[in-house]
Design a protein around this ligand. Structure first.
Ligand code: F6P
Length: 358
């Protein structure tokens, strides 16, 4: 009997179900003697032994479904070694669940924080196989995470829709895009949606440079300007502060989010009407796009192959369009940032897109 634990952890995204279906379908294709233990709501279910035994039919018809059939939750890595309110050591509890159920391995689908915990479990001797999920695409060791492309499509659709109203009114529109500390979704949606200004955490912006870009467009007869702004975008002044100074400034900041701060600062330098749109969690919602369905299915199939090979302690990844296996200790705890010197940035600049840095 092959006993596999499975959990989805961290913020949800599109194609989590597609990836789990990929794992289970590929395993059942080779083995009949399989038991799947689906832990509820991320690591929480693993810690407190809250699981359902799932059959192959439970994974049928979920390829196109958003969210996760297992539920998810955020369990901050820094709290993993802290005892819970009942004095339980969470890592020890997960080990207890694992050994009590006689699991052969646990399949973990998650982003950065999730991978840090997965690596910790590997160090503690558990057999772990992980899959890279997040709309942010910030996981080190893989060219692409599933969820990213679907989020790009949704953010692009928002920018497309903003275009018509921005044009009609001749307004400046700021579309704030998710992505945590990195700018992958903003960069891709910004280019796909034809944004005029793209602001990323990796390229600190100068407010005067943004105003210059708006004025340049006005001079060329373009009455509207669209800014795609990453939620983690940062000004040059703030980037120059120490971590401590930045934290203190953030605590005093009363803007609901970065888009409002930028709107305020631009507003005092232009007579243009400014509006803000924040698509927020819609970017993580709904059915995965075709690209993510294919990617998640391929990653799921390879995760199954890793289990059958008993090749544990690794994350399935994409490198140059091929699916590959990466050691967890090499990927956990590292963020993949947009490189300001990469060719995609150069090409966008050739198109006249401003990154607020000139
Ligand atoms: O990591 C995915 C993500 O959507 C980020 O882009 C965003 O900063 C964060 O999660 C939002 O988290 P929550 O769903 O907990 O509000």
């Amino acid at each position: 009997m092959l006993r596999i634990g499975m959990l989805t952890s961290g913020g949800d995204c599109q194609a989590l179900n597609a990836a789990m279906r990929g794992v289970v379908k590929a395993i059942h294709n080779k083995r009949d003697d399989v038991e799947i233990y689906g832990f509820q709501d991320g690591y929480k279910g693993f810690i407190y032994s809250d699981f359902k035994i799932l059959e192959s039919k439970d994974f049928s018809g979920i390829l196109t479904d958003g969210g996760t059939i297992l539920g998810t939750s955020r369990q901050p890595f820094k709290l993993m070694r802290v005892l819970d309110e009942n004095g339980l050591d969470k890592v020890e509890e997960m080990k207890r669940t694992y050994y009590r159920l006689h699991l052969d391995c646990v399949v973990i689908l998650g982003g950065n924080g999730t991978h840090k915990t997965a690596n910790l479990l590997r160090e503690e001797g558990l057999n772990v196989v992980t899959l890279p999920k997040t709309i942010d695409n910030d996981l080190w060791g893989t060219d692409m995470t599933f969820g990213f492309q679907s989020a790009v499509d949704i953010a692009t659709d928002t920018i497309d829709k903003i275009h018509t109203t921005a044009t009609s009114h001749g307004r400046v529109f700021i579309v704030e895009v998710m992505g945590h500390k990195v700018g992958w979704v903003t960069l891709h949606a910004g280019i796909a949606g034809g944004a005029d200004v793209i602001l990323l955490p990796e390229i600190p912006y100068d407010i005067d440079s943004i105003v210059k870009a708006i004025n340049r467009r006005t001079k060329h007869g373009k009455k509207f300007t669209i800014l795609a702004v990453a939620e983690g975008a940062i000004s040059k002044e703030d980037a120059a502060l120490s971590k401590k100074e930045r934290k203190a400034k953030k605590e005093k900041n009363t803007y609901p989010s970065v888009a409002y701060e930028i709107a305020d600062r631009i507003g005092s330098r232009t007579d243009k009407e400014i509006r803000i749109t924040v698509p927020g969690h819609t970017q993580r919602g709904g059915s995965p796009c075709a690209y993510d369905r294919v990617l998640a299915t391929r990653l799921g199939a390879e995760a199954a192959a890793m289990i059958l090979d008993q090749d544990y302690g690794k994350m399935v990844a994409v490198k140059n369009q091929e699916i590959t296996r990466m050691k967890l200790e090499d990927v956990a705890g590292k963020l993949k940032y947009v490189d300001p010197d990469s060719s995609i940035i150069k090409e966008a600049k050739l198109m006249g897109i401003s990154f607020g840095d000139d």
